[in-house]
Design a protein around this ligand. Structure first.
Ligand SMILES: Cc1cc2nc3c(=O)[nH]c(=O)nc-3n(C[C@H](O)[C@H](O)[C@H](O)COP(=O)(O)O)c2cc1C
Length: 227
């Protein structure tokens, strides 16, 4: 299958992308998928102008002539789009949010009531082949009270998607945490294999990936004493 990975971390050594790379390794273990990785920070992608010219033209493209149109084309051709990014202010980094905002050329002005009762714009074309998967790492040890705003946004923006939210992601840079970090990366590899076979993860697998690597108290102690 064709896989598009949107790497939304602005860092060269992304904590989140370590998990995504492990997931991709597992995904490719039994089948060779066609994987394109876009490092969004390196692309020229302006903010949406809000002009709605894309809806007038209705051709699935944006009137701003920058790198977003390639992403839109690549999305439409993909069977799986993986959004990999760190949690920033309970949401996604602004350069990646610009990519998300500028997916509106893929929908139309017409509004419709979806299965869950929310009002949505009708899709421009049948993109039912396109699955979405989100991997997000964050710096706080808490899952609750941290990832909820992002979860809601993802639920509304992507109709059929799964999401893995990983707290304590900076532990990937701590030598003393190598064993717990490596064990989580192994789980991501297995998850990639599972996804390749079923095009989704079980709730059990997602729950296992989201368990904090070390107890919250230890994490907080480590952060607060290493200043
Ligand atoms: C501008 C900014 C905002 C952040 N906001 C949050 C946040 O709301 N919640 C959180 O837990 N961590 C937050 N973090 C921490 C990052 O999510 C964390 O460092 C993550 O591991 C970075 O991942 P990356 O290496 O893939 O970029 C923030 C970091 C930055 C730089």
């Amino acid at each position: 299958m064709k896989v598009l990975v949107l790497n939304g971390s602005p860092k060269k050594k992304s904590d989140t992308f370590r998990m995504t790379e492990a997931f991709l390794e597992g995904l490719n273990r039994n089948q060779d998928h066609d994987i394109e990785v876009v490092n969004v920070i390196e692309k020229n992608i302006s903010a949406c102008k809000g002009c709605f010219s894309c809806w007038m033209a209705g051709d699935g493209h944006c009137v701003i002539n920058d790198d977003q149109n390639h992403i839109l084309d690549s999305m439409c051709e993909s069977d799986l789009v993986i959004w990999s990014f760190p949690l920033y202010c309970y949401s996604m980094p602004s350069h990646l949010k610009a990519v998300l905002d500028r997916t509106i050329p893929l929908v139309q002005k017409n509004m419709t009531t979806s299965e869950d009762g929310t009002i949505r714009h009708e899709a421009l074309a049948d993109l039912s082949h396109m699955n979405t998967f989100v991997i997000s790492g964050c710096g706080f040890p808490d899952f609750e009270g941290n990832f909820e705003p992002l979860r809601e946004m993802i639920r509304h923006c992507f109709c059929s998607s799964q999401m893995v939210c990983v707290p304590e992601a900076p532990l990937f840079n701590i030598l003393e945490a190598a064993s717990v970090a490596d064990s989580l990366l192994e789980k991501f590899k297995k998850a990639g294999e599972e996804f390749s076979a079923n095009m989704k993860l079980s709730d059990k697998t997602i729950a296992e990936l989201e368990i904090p690597m070390i107890p919250k108290e230890n994490y907080l102690r480590g952060v607060n004493t290493n200043q």
